[in-house]
Design a protein around this ligand. Structure first.
Ligand code: C2E
Ligand code: MG
Ligand code: MG
Ligand code: MG
Length: 276
């Protein structure tokens, strides 16, 4: 435990200057009250299904509306919250908002699912499935419209510990997606045993593929790998029309990125939905 704490201290020292560190510690200590006072907002970014041109799913991304610092990006507090065991606060806040939204959409947009990002710590918690089921019941939300995005590295680093939780979530009808695929190192034999239904290819592969034949071939191979495992394949970080058409040619199932839409507050998203 001491070695681990020391490692954390080292990471903080490596993370930047004193004021940046002070800000991060300040953020961390304010996380709990931020959740209580609704400062952790769920923003939504749509995904576009290429075959139908329809929006079937949106990703929930946290935005911290801080009273002193304005909007704080996840990159500024998620890694620290994970390292210090505080990530559950964020996860809980996002699940609450996602499930309450799904409860409301049941009548108006029953086919639209919401994907919430969760970290390794969350999916090593054996109480998570029951907690999610309880929240969904409270909000009258359909559990099969909830998706959880878990990074590839998170899944692979604790393969044995997460398997029972993944199975329990799956039995509830919750869908699972592997985020940032291609940046971790997956054991292919393990990958095909995971009860996941979706693979999200990391943005770096999309960016590189544009104009570079070898990189485009690699992207195509990853998509085929996903399909051969019966998974839906989503590409993230699509910014240019050329990337869109390449992914269409490569038979990617869904795309997400600034080209389609940037993440936006729930109210703005619902306004767009109503206008569609
Ligand atoms: P992610 O889950 O891979 O999400 C994709 C990130 O890329 C988001 O950044 C999104 O805003 C951004 N993005 C989307 N389209 C484009 C594009 O076309 N170009 C570029 N350059 N970027 C694009 P964001 O919202 O800053 O989140 C960063 C990461 O923080 C997420 O990566 C995820 O790992 C983590 N995160 C965000 N919200 C949560 C949360 O509620 N819980 C947890 N555990 N992690 C979260
Ligand atoms: Mg994600
Ligand atoms: Mg991702
Ligand atoms: Mg990412």
């Amino acid at each position: 435990a001491e070695a681990k704490r020391q490692q954390q201290v080292w990471r903080w020292h490596a993370a930047g200057d004193v004021s940046a560190r002070a800000r991060q510690l300040g953020l961390l200590s304010g996380l709990e009250s931020a959740a209580d006072s609704a400062q952790l907002e769920m923003w939504l970014q749509p995904k576009l299904e290429l075959a139908s041109g329809q929006m079937r799913s949106v990703e929930a991304l946290v935005r911290w509306r801080h009273p002193d610092w304005g909007y704080v990006a996840p990159s500024e507090f998620i890694p620290f919250a994970e390292q210090t065991g505080h990530i559950g606060i964020v996860t809980h806040a996002m699940l609450e908002q996602a499930l309450s939204t799904l409860g409301r959409w049941k009548l108006t947009h029953p086919l639209l699912s919401i994907a919430v990002n969760v970290s390794t710590l969350d999916i090593r918690d054996t109480a998570l499935p029951t907690r999610i089921a309880g929240m969904a019941a409270r909000h009258g939300a359909p559990l099969d419209m909830l998706k959880l995005e878990i990074t590839e590295s998170g899944l692979m680093s604790h393969a044995d510990a997460v398997m029972p939780v993944l199975r329990a979530l799956c039995e509830l009808g919750v869908k699972l997606s592997i985020d940032d695929f291609g940046t971790g190192y997956s054991s292919l034999s393990y990958l095909h045993r995971l009860p996941v239904s979706e693979l999200k290819i990391d943005r770096s592969f999309v960016t590189q593929a544009d104009g570079a034949p070898e990189a485009a071939a690699l992207l195509g191979t990853i998509i085929e790998l996903g399909h051969s495992l019966q998974l839906r394949v989503v590409a993230e970080g699509v910014e240019r029309p050329e990337e869109h058409s390449l992914l269409q040619r490569l038979r990617c199932d869904e795309i997400q990125g600034y080209l389609i839409a940037k993440p936006m507050p729930l109210v703005d998203f619902e306004r767009r939905l109503a206008a569609m």
